[in-house]
Design a protein around this ligand. Structure first.
Ligand code: SF4
Length: 319
């Protein structure tokens, strides 16, 4: 008798910030009509981006690619203040879909910079969120890209230093980085509340709970999605024999399933559940029809849409 089964992580997939950002683009298309320009990928997921493109969204890298006077939406990852200034200079109608939990980190950065702290921002070099947060106070912020980067940290006053972080990091690796920073800077202050967001933490927790029982953990998500890549690392760290990231079910290599009884499935915070369902169908067709959901946390958070958009939706009778 086959013992093949699937453990399905919960929570997984869409978080409140991604949902808000995607709905922001959809509602902007309804209210203002296409094309709507979106600076950078609204969220880091190929499927979401191509679906919105089909509806009339045009993704650009910078404001200068947006025609003067047009509507531009800033992505969930946040932007530096200079990006808002550029949009004003081009007379763009800018709608900011930055996740409120990223905005929280921007506010912390501004506040500590105003108090003349050195800010150690733990995050991945080149990630859009880190670029946006750093842009709040470039002269006060230095990036610490993981535990090994601690050796390069230099501060002006060791009594006036605080660490902040990107929202989508590995909780465990970040704590390791903080411990190393503390060994070097004993008076290092911590952010007033967690910067790694609830969605990232919950998805990592859910994967940890099931990984030890899994011969393979499939994470649905895109390569440029920080929180999705972290889920693969967390699965491997928590005892999964193997773990792979796939955008779509057809990317699953059948050889990964050889000798595997239990497959864990989860998805990053920018992944619509239909992609997970496709993976479950793919697995069911190969004998993994028994699916048990591993429920580790309940999520109820919902963010309201950007104010300006809500006002224009009301005027246009769009609900
Ligand atoms: S992963 Fe966290 S910070 Fe990023 S959009 Fe979702 S809730 Fe916001």
């Amino acid at each position: 008798m086959s013992t093949k089964r699937v453990l399905l992580a919960k929570p997984r997939g869409y978080c409140a910030g991604v949902d808000r950002a995607v709905v922001t683009v959809e509602k902007a298309l309804e209210v203002y009509g296409p094309p709507i320009y979106v600076r950078k990928e609204i969220v880091h997921n190929k499927h979401v981006v191509s679906t919105l493109e089909a509806k009339g969204a045009i993704f650009v890298e910078e404001n200068e690619e947006v025609p003067v006077g047009a509507t531009v939406i800033f992505s969930a990852h946040g932007v530096a203040p200079v990006v808002h200034d550029e949009a004003k200079a081009r007379e763009l109608r800018a709608i900011d879909a930055t996740c409120p939990l990223v905005t929280k980190v921007h506010n912390e950065a501004r506040r500590y910079a105003a108090e003349d702290y050195d800010i150690l921002l733990i995050g991945h070099e080149g990630h859009e969120e880190v670029i946006g947060t750093s842009g709040e106070a470039p002269e006060h912020i230095q990036l610490v890209d993981g535990p090994d980067d601690v050796a390069n940290v230099k501060v002006r006053d060791p009594e006036k230093v605080v660490w902040l972080s990107q929202t989508t990091l590995s909780v465990d690796e970040t704590m390791e980085t903080v411990e190393r920073l503390r060994a070097k800077l004993p008076l290092l202050q911590a952010p007033p509340s967690d910067d790694i967001c609830y969605a990232t933490q919950n998805r990592q927790l859910a994967v940890k709970e099931m990984a030890g029982e899994c011969g393979l953990v499939i994470v649905v998500g895109s390569r440029n999605s920080s929180n999705s890549v972290r889920l693969v690392e967390v699965a491997l760290g928590a005892g999964a024999n193997a773990s792979y990231l796939v955008d779509f079910a057809h990317e699953i290599d059948e050889s990964w399933l050889e000798g595997v009884d239990t497959v864990g499935v989860t998805s990053g915070a920018s992944v619509p559940d239909e992609l997970v369902q496709e993976v479950l169908r793919f697995l069911a067709e190969r004998g993994y029809g028994e699916v048990t959901e591993i429920d580790s946390a309940e999520e109820k958070l919902v963010f309201s849409l950007p104010q300006d958009l809500k006002r224009d939706m009301k005027k246009a009778g769009v609900s």
